[in-house]
Design a protein around this ligand. Structure first.
Ligand code: NI
Length: 165
């Protein structure tokens, strides 16, 4: 087991109360675990915002399939971006609404552009894009440079060092 460093933090009472309520909802066993979860979550988001490496994205949205031409337009859009799309799942929610979940891979800039375009389509009611990569605190998902006998080049190892502890 890794050694843990102990730190003390100060919070105003109302923030501590809100934090404990959040911890209760999140299922974290104690305050330390809850703080670790929040810090990791923030680091993943920061890395997602600035990363030039390979990211995975989950784009989910609800739309009204009675909106004229919308099914066809969303389908056309996906056919034009096949290189970024890993998988698509479509769920018919009720007579009117559909949920679509698209798993994407590519750079964060590319995935954000796709997310913005899809969510801006008329008839798409609400949705969200979640970007992730392998735990950024462990050095994976980055682009690095090293040399081989055929010279110097760049490539990324998105799953490097992702083995379980
Ligand atoms: Ni449907």
């Amino acid at each position: 087991m890794k050694t843990l460093s102990r730190i003390g933090i100060s919070l105003p009472p109302d923030l501590l109360k809100a934090f404990d309520q959040l911890r209760g909802r999140s299922g974290a066993r104690n305050r330390s675990e809850a703080v670790r979860d929040i810090v990791r979550d923030r680091l993943v988001r920061e890395a997602a915002a600035g990363s030039r490496g390979l990211m995975f994205g989950v784009l989910s949205f609800v739309y009204d399939h009675h909106t004229r031409d919308l099914d066809r337009r969303l389908n056309d859009y996906q056919h034009r971006h096949v290189t970024s799309i890993v998988s698509t799942t479509h769920v018919h929610i009720d007579r009117t609404h559909c949920l679509e979940v698209i798993i994407l891979k590519g750079t964060s800039a590319r995935l954000r552009a796709i997310g913005d375009q899809v969510l801006a389509v008329k008839g798409v009611k609400h949705g969200d894009l979640f970007l992730t990569q392998v735990d950024p605190t462990r050095g994976s998902g980055h682009t690095h440079t090293h040399s081989h006998d055929h010279g110097h080049h760049r490539h990324s190892h998105p799953l490097r060092r992702s083995r379980r502890r």
